[in-house]
Design a protein around this ligand. Structure first.
Ligand code: HMG
Length: 424
């Protein structure tokens, strides 16, 4: 029988979980999970709330960013990400740490007009009234101006086919600023409607935050990169080659960039930021010249490996869900940050550290040695190993010719059988 989901959002939590249990034929143990991870206040954050979904949080260490030692809270379900970030940061720490550059921190929002007979002429009218429109924007959110922020500039872009984008640049101070910006845009759109007799098609912030770019760089003496039988100089050359391949080939660039976002997303989640916004902006920036490319670049002169990574990272330290997420606030204290800019600088360094560790592993031992070694714990747990069985199963898995679920399940079964026989 299909359960009745009409007005599901108006039901109490108990009613909702009953309906879901009925629909999916849940066992009492499965239903108990709703209760186990339930947090009363999260009814206020999302709709149709059932329960929380826990993700592990750990700490990456060894970071020195602009001369300051930092510890990095990271939320991720993927083994080896935190180890790799700490590993990359340790190498860079020995080389003096990361340096970062942050010149501007403004959010961009768009008002799009359509069906324009002469978009260039409309653009000219709007630009002539730019100062008045900036005042309208500020009036829609006066508290922002009081805090030193506010609307900074306006530009127009003719998109073709009768469309025009009016881009508003706003200093949103410590917030990511999506809601502030959207209110300002809607107010400006109304004024533009009166001015041009055209209703806007839409008014919304852009996640392509090209006015919030931040860059991390590092210079590593090649000797620090030596790995097993690979000299530091060879590792540096191979990493530079790996970087070139990521510039040339979108297939490789996508994986290269996924590795960078492993770190950036983990810190974005830990700091209560919208990682989907950062993801979409970062990937758009990776395709800024028309081809999707690696986000970072590594070059070597034979003595030093130079790494750099620049991305739009419009993060906030207030607003959104941060105020109601005690762990996001605690994580700000762990990070030791005072401003949103501090968080951007650390986040971009985390991306570069993550990429350094992944590329070094890829061009030397291969990713499996380090990554799989740490992945084995998850594999053993997925195969049903108890905490007490883990150490022995891990030992056996390290030596097993195949490290897959079936092998692990067989090892656990064998171990239990031997234990039963010896107990008898
Ligand atoms: P290792 O050589 O065995 O490490 O590396 P080490 O013993 O020399 O340790 C160096 C430092 O790494 C340590 O310093 C720790 O900070 C850290 P210490 O504290 O000893 O002074 N570290 C650890 N931290 C926590 N737990 C651990 C641990 N081990 C070392 N168990 C390591 C081992 C896994 C770090 C290395 O092989 C590595 O960095 N591999 C890269 C792994 C990686 O990139 N994982 C991400 C998932 S794979 C992926 O999704 C991205 C990818 O596809 C991207 C791409 O293709 O570009 C690869």
């Amino acid at each position: 029988m299909t359960a009745d989901f009409r007005h599901f959002y108006q039901k109490t939590w108990a009613e909702r979980t009953d309906i879901v249990a009925q629909q999916a034929h849940l066992t009492p143990a499965e239903q108990a999970l709703f209760k186990q991870y339930y947090l009363e206040q999260h009814h206020e954050i999302i709709e149709n709330y059932l329960t929380d979904y826990p993700l592990p949080m750990g700490l990456a260490v060894n970071f020195v960013v602009d001369g300051v030692n930092r510890i990095i809270p990271m939320v991720t379900e993927e083994p080896s990400v935190i180890a790799a970030a700490s590993n990359g940061a340790k190498i860079v720490k020995r080389a003096g740490g990361f340096t970062t550059t942050l010149n501007q921190r403004e959010m961009i929002g768009q008002i799009v007009l359509e069906h324009l007979a002469d978009p260039e002429q409309t653009a000219t009218i709007i630009e002539q009234h730019a100062a008045a429109l900036l005042d309208v924007a500020d009036a829609a959110h006066p508290s922002l101006k009081k805090r030193g922020g506010g609307a900074r500039s306006l530009r127009t872009r003719v998109l073709g086919q009768g469309y025009l984008s009016i881009d508003l640049f706003v200093d949103v101070q410590a917030a990511m600023g999506a809601n502030m910006l959207n209110s300002m845009l809607e107010a400006v759109a109304k004024s533009i409607g009166v001015m041009t007799k055209t209703d806007a098609l839409m008014s919304i912030l852009s996640n392509y935050a090209t006015a919030s770019l931040v860059k991390a760089e590092c210079d590593i003496p090649v000797g620090l990169l030596q790995a097993g039988r690979y000299s530091g100089e060879l590792v540096a050359q191979k990493m530079a080659s790996a970087s070139t391949v990521a510039q040339l080939d979108p297939y490789r660039a996508t994986t290269h960039n996924k590795g960078i976002m492993n770190g950036i997303d983990a810190l974005a989640i830990a700091s209560g930021n919208d990682w989907r916004a950062l993801e979409s902006g970062a990937h758009a920036y990776a395709a800024k010249d028309g081809q999707y490319r690696g986000m970072s670049k590594w070059t070597t002169d034979g003595t030093t490996l130079h790494g750099e990574l620049e991305l739009p990272l419009p993060v906030g330290i207030v607003g959104g869900s941060i105020k109601i997420n005690e762990l996001a606030q605690l994580n700000q204290r762990l990070l030791g940050i005072q401003t949103a800019g501090d968080l951007e600088r650390i986040m971009i360094a985390v991306g570069l550290a993550q990429n350094l560790a992944a590329l070094r592993a890829l061009v030397t031992t291969g990713i499996q040695q380090g990554h799989m070694h740490l992945q084995l714990k998850s594999l053993a747990m997925a195969a049903g190993a108890t905490a007490a069985e883990l150490p022995k199963i891990l030992q056996q898995l390290e030596l097993a010719p195949q490290q897959d679920l079936a092998t692990t399940q067989r090892l656990i079964a064998d171990m239990r059988q031997i234990k039963e026989e010896t107990d008898d």
